[in-house]
Structures are given as C-alpha cells and as structure tokens.
Design a protein around this ligand. Structure first.
Ligand SMILES: [Zn+2]
Length: 296
C-alpha cells in the first residue's frame, strides 16, 4: 500500500484517531489491568474502538499497544506474551481498517531510562524490535513511536523499527512545559533538538502528543515545522489538562473547543491532526468536520 507520506502529498491533511485508554475504561477496564491483554481477552471491544474512530472520520487508525514492550508487560507478568499481544493489537485495527487505510501502530516508552543504567541499549533495542516485528506481522503499515521525552530512548526505538521492519515511522514526543516560551520535555529536550535527532535516526515524520490541550500545541507544532520544513507532522493534543472531579479524572475540552484550534494547528504546520488522552470519537468527528472545511 502507499505510505502515509505519499498519501499526504495528495490529501495534504489527514485525521488521526483519539484516546484509547479513555474508551477501554468506559468499556469496563479496571485500574491495574493490562490494556494490551484486552487484545486477546476482549478483542471485540478493542476492534469496536477502532471502528468507532473510523466511523468518526479517522483516516489513520492506531493500535492498542502503547504499553506493549516486553519491559512494560513484565510489570503484569506478561513480558513473554509481548509478540502475541502486539500482533493481536495490529490485527484488530487492520480488521477494522480494511486493506487500504493506514494502521499506525502505537509504540510507547519502555518505562526505563538509559541514562540511569537500569536497562542496556541492547536490551531496549531488542524490546522495541520484538514489538515492531509483531505489529508488522499483525498488519500495521506504519508505527508511531509516541509520548517519548528522552532522545536516546526514542532513537533506539526508531533504529529498532527501521532496521527490522518496513514500517513507516512517525516519532512523537510529549512536552512538559513551555516555561520561558520554549516547549521542553521533562528531560529538557526542545522540539528542534528532538526533530534533528529523530530524523537523523530514521524517522519519516515527527509529532507531538499528550502534553497539553490544543492551544499550547500550536507553538510546539510551529517549532517542529521550523526545524523540519519537509517532514510530515502529527499533532495529537489531550482534551486539555485533566482535572480531578467527584467522578474521577475529567478532561475539560469539548469536541467543539478542540476543533476550533484545527485551523491554527494546520497553519502552524500540522499535516495529521487527532487527539490523545480524554479525546473520544466525538472529538474526532468535530476535528474531521473542521479539516474537511480546510481541504475545500
Ligand atoms: Zn495522552
């Protein structure tokens, strides 16, 4: 199939999907459960989440594999099932997507830091390689190395995907603050530093996800676009900063509010717009409608 980069040359702006954790919790997932285990224990629920996003207007669907490295699954005693759980994740999204739509498989951080020596670069590389190969076997055509904050870990993941699969790679960081006007990750990395390192390691596209609501993401996208004039740029904001209410964590931004920032995100340089934590098919539906206006 054609790559996301090639699709973007024709379509200019694509719509990604929204949060998965939010919907798994709504479907009954309890705190402390392993989300990736739902790929084999509750496949119908996971496939329906993908279908709901596709019906809402996503051009690109992700997978339920954010915590799917062996390192993360070990915390649930499931490390040895990493290949099975990731392959199932990609297969479910591919079943929902059909043969022609992009399945952008999710690869999240390992939860371990190279800088502290708690994991070796070789072990980290092998964990990402195992996950990426399983996602490709399951039917993904691309992957998003997402919610990273450290350059060394992200570049290890990018190399592991690049050297062992044919998956196209978008690398997306999460930013912790914009103190002093420059967005930085919790490891102190700026969008310009991230862009240079990830492209050098072999990423095909760049992105920013989680972090903030839509408004604060405009500056992050602009900084990425300045650093990488040609690269596809994805932005998946949260539905605002989470607030604690009597009913648990609530994300305050409505679909209409988020969609209102789509023109500014596109103007800043975004080519792929979706959502992260707290966003739902309703948010994607509103973003889709706004992107459609822009395409005409
Ligand atoms: Zn998020």
């Amino acid at each position: 199939m054609v790559s996301i980069t090639e699709t973007l040359r024709e379509k200019k702006v694509l719509v990604a999907d929204g949060g998965w954790g939010t919907l798994l919790i709504a479907a009954g997932m309890q705190a402390g459960e392993c989300p990736e285990l739902w790929n084999v224990d509750h496949p119908d629920v996971v496939r329906r989440i993908a279908e709901d996003y596709i019906n809402a207007g996503s051009d690109i669907i992700s997978t339920n594999s954010f915590g799917g490295t062996r390192c993360k699954l070990d915390a649930f005693g499931l490390g040895d099932r990493a290949a099975e759980l990731n392959e199932a994740a990609a297969r479910l999204s591919r079943e929902a997507a059909g043969p022609d739509m992009h399945v952008l498989a999710s690869i999240g951080p390992s939860g371990k830091f190279l800088i502290t020596g708690e994991i070796s670069e070789d072990a980290l590389y092998e964990a990402f390689k195992e996950q990426a190969q399983a996602l490709e076997r399951g039917g993904a055509d691309a992957c998003i190395v997402e919610t990273f904050s450290a350059i060394d870990e992200a570049c290890t993941a990018i190399r592991a995907v690049k050297e062992n699969t044919a998956l196209e790679i978008i690398c997306s960081f999460t930013y912790a603050s914009t103190a002093g006007g420059t967005p930085r990750t919790m490891m102190g990395v700026t969008p310009a530093e991230m862009a240079a390192a990830c492209l050098e390691a072999g990423a095909d596209g760049l992105g920013a996800n989680c972090s903030f609501g839509s408004e604060d993401m405009v500056a992050v996208v602009r900084a990425l676009r300045e650093a990488a004039p040609e690269a596809p740029i994805l932005v998946n904001p949260n539905a605002g900063q989470p607030v604690q209410s009597e009913n648990g964590i609530v994300y305050p931004e409505t679909p209409e509010f988020m969609a209102g920032f789509v023109p500014r995100l596109i103007e800043a340089g975004a080519n792929i717009v979706g959502g992260c934590c707290g966003t739902t098919p309703e948010h994607i539906c509103a973003i889709r409608a706004e992107v459609n206006k822009h395409l005409h």
